[in-house]
Design a protein around this ligand. Structure first.
Ligand SMILES: [Ca+2]
Length: 114
């Protein structure tokens, strides 16, 4: 299995730039289980208000994880999350990317991953 770092330039290129990737992965940082470093149904439940979906049901959470879980480990790693978000809402992501680029005054250091 390829490392995420190896795939990232390819994904960034395909999606049209680094800005979208940065935004997607900022979302990942917010939603993930800090101990495990992946998004789990439990971490999603805890952070559902961040999604604007405080009343998210368990079955909705499970189906979201299942939808994006490409390797079948029951959790979303960073790449799976990025792919899922883009698949779910390419138009939305494009709009928010444009907004982010206009409004953002702080540069996100995407390489500072530790
Ligand atoms: Ca997975």
């Amino acid at each position: 299995m390829a490392d995420f770092e190896d795939l990232l330039p390819v994904i960034a290129k395909n999606l049209g730039g680094e800005g979208l990737i940065k935004e997607l992965c900022n979302g990942f940082q917010l939603l993930m289980d800090k101990d495990k470093g992946v998004i789990t149904p439990e971490s999603l439940r805890r952070t559902s208000t961040l999604l604007g979906l405080p009343d998210l049901r368990d079955d909705e959470i499970m189906s979201m994880v299942k939808e994006g879980d490409l390797d079948g480990d029951g959790a979303l790693n960073q790449m799976e999350f990025c792919v899922l978000m883009f698949r779910l809402s390419p138009d939305l992501m494009e709009e928010s990317l444009l907004r982010l680029q206009k409004e953002s005054t702080t540069e996100v250091d995407f390489d500072g991953r530790d």
